[in-house]
Design a protein around this ligand. Structure first.
Ligand SMILES: *[C@@H]1O[C@H](CO)[C@@H](O)[C@H](O)[C@H]1NC(C)=O
Ligand SMILES: *[C@@H]1O[C@H](CO)[C@@H](O)[C@H](O)[C@H]1NC(C)=O
Ligand SMILES: *[C@@H]1O[C@H](CO)[C@@H](O)[C@H](O)[C@H]1NC(C)=O
Ligand SMILES: *[C@@H]1O[C@H](CO)[C@@H](O)[C@H](O)[C@H]1NC(C)=O
Ligand SMILES: *[C@@H]1O[C@H](CO)[C@@H](O)[C@H](O)[C@H]1NC(C)=O
Length: 433
């Protein structure tokens, strides 16, 4: 009897613990789409006294970094740079330690006996090796009824004016949601037992209503006005770590097996679908919230475009892309009907590990209206020889829920919320202050 009772009670304990874990809370971080750059931006409070700081959402970023170039603009009585060999330095996997070399006077971003890591600007693919590790007060997002403040949030402070290049006006840093770095936002927030290392991301397509990042395992709900449980139709695939040098291991890569346009596979050079470890981790597919539109390797773009145009209704005429446009292929929208998932154009399926596991891109995410009667294929053709073959950008992600399950190393793709007449802005706004 005893041998039966013991495991049973342990099972019960396990179940109880599990229930406790499932009822963990969700932290809601509102995300704004900035109109002129199309960047997705969050606002946090930092420092003492608290000031609002705008940050670019950088999914594959290893830390939250802020610009500290101007010595008089970072004012805080609670800023503390990380002393060499401290826990903070180990957590951030710093590669170096030393004294301030770049300024004549010490300031945030340039202190003595302090460790540093690499800082990155994903918009210009630029890295610097002396991002000072530091901690300060941070408020980020909110949970129903609770304001969450981190008294000692680890971030990095950069003193290089180049690093803010191309950031939208008023944005002074990036919010890194990387999966490897222990100081990335999801990994650091999960040190609070109320949250887990899983997060959902639902970017808004509108510059007037905010999308959201949900920190925690869910359920992630939207309302219209009744609750729509969005994770139901999510397709999961493996999250791959690309050990491309040490700089890019926080990026979110996944394997695709083919691309279908209007239900037909397009002929792709399959070699480029996988990460090429012999060529320093080039190739493969990653997600970047910093890129406004998906970038395709030239040969991929060409076959997708050809299949897409072929599948358009015959009475749709091709037109020249507008001058200065980043798009290569445009058409008259006159004969394009509308549907609940945007312009009624051929669907594009990103096929994952088997033909029935795919993420479908509808018109709202595959084309963009550039003038009153011209629409363009919303993909960018680029020589990706030294880069990922495919970089999934924000336009393709908008109004789709993505789930990043870091403990189980999985990425989940939900289909367009427009199918349910819902949107990423319809999360529970009542909890926001
Ligand atoms: C530095 O920041 C201060 C305070 O925010 C501001 O008054 C000053 O103009 C800034 N200087 C430069 C060079 O940007
Ligand atoms: C930090 O640790 C390294 C080796 O672990 C040691 O060589 C170095 O002297 C330490 N630095 C300080 C400031 O304690
Ligand atoms: C910081 O280190 C430099 C040498 O690298 C030294 O000249 C300076 O006095 C130090 N500052 C402080 C406040 O310790
Ligand atoms: C596919 O791409 C690889 C890598 O760029 C290249 O070496 C190979 O020749 C390509 N294959 C075909 C059939 O074009
Ligand atoms: C254009 O073609 C589509 C499908 O082929 C058809 O449904 C639509 O009525 C046509 N529009 C016009 C204006 O002819």
């Amino acid at each position: 009897m005893v041998t039966v009772k013991l495991p049973l009670s342990m099972l019960l304990l396990f179940l109880l613990l599990n229930i406790f874990q499932c009822s963990a809370e969700i932290l809601y971080i509102p995300v704004t789409k900035e109109a002129s750059t199309l960047q997705h931006i969050i606002e946090v409070g930092q420092r003492t006294p608290l000031v609002p700081i705008k940050l670019l959402v950088h999914l594959g970023g290893r830390s939250l970094w802020v610009d500290c170039t101007n010595s008089s603009s970072y004012k805080s009585s609670t800023y503390k740079s990380a002393v060499c060999n401290s826990t903070q330095c180990f957590m951030s996997k710093s590669h170096g330690c030393g004294n301030c070399k770049f300024r004549s006077q010490l300031q945030p971003g340039c202190n003595n006996n302090t460790c540093y890591i690499w800082g990155e600007n994903p918009l210009i693919n630029t890295y610097i090796d002396h991002a000072e590790v530091a901690e300060d007060v941070l408020t980020i997002g909110s949970t129903p009824g609770v304001r969450v403040t981190w008294p000692r949030f680890i971030f990095t402070c950069l003193i290089d004016p180049d690093m803010v290049r191309l950031l939208a006006n008023g944005v002074t840093g990036t919010a890194g949601f990387g999966h490897e770095s222990l100081i990335s936002i999801p990994n650091q927030l999960a040190l609070d037992p109320r949250f887990t290392r899983t997060f959902g991301m639902c970017l808004s397509s509108s510059t007037r209503s905010r999308g959201v990042i949900f920190i925690g395992s869910g359920p992630y709900n939207v309302y219209k006005p009744k609750k729509v449980d969005i994770p139901k139709d999510i397709v999961y695939t493996k999250l791959i770590t690309n050990k491309r040098g040490f700089l890019l291991s926080d990026e979110y890569y996944f394997q695709i097996s083919s691309i279908r346009v209007a239900g037909q596979d397009v002929p792709l050079n399959k070699t480029l679908l996988s990460i090429n470890n012999k060529e320093h981790g080039t190739g493969g597919t990653k997600i970047s919230t910093a890129m406004p539109f998906t970038i395709l390797h030239t040969t991929y773009y060409d076959v997708v475009k050809t299949a897409f145009i072929k599948a358009l209704p015959k009475n749709v005429t091709l037109v020249e892309p507008p001058p200065m446009s980043q798009f290569g292929d445009c058409f008259s929208s006159e004969n394009i009907k509308n549907s609940n998932v945007g312009p009624d154009v051929p669907v594009i399926d990103i096929v994952l590990y088997k033909p029935s596991a795919f993420w479908r891109i509808y018109g709202a995410n595959s084309v963009v209206q550039v003038t009153k009667d011209v629409m363009c294929l919303a993909f960018v053709r680029q020589d990706q020889r030294w880069n990922p073959t495919i970089v999934i950008g924000a336009h393709q992600l908008e109004e789709n829920l993505l789930v990043f399950d870091l403990p189980r190393k999985k990425i989940g793709f939900g289909s367009s919320l427009k199918l349910q007449q819902a949107s990423c802005s319809m999360y529970d706004n009542t909890i926001m202050s």
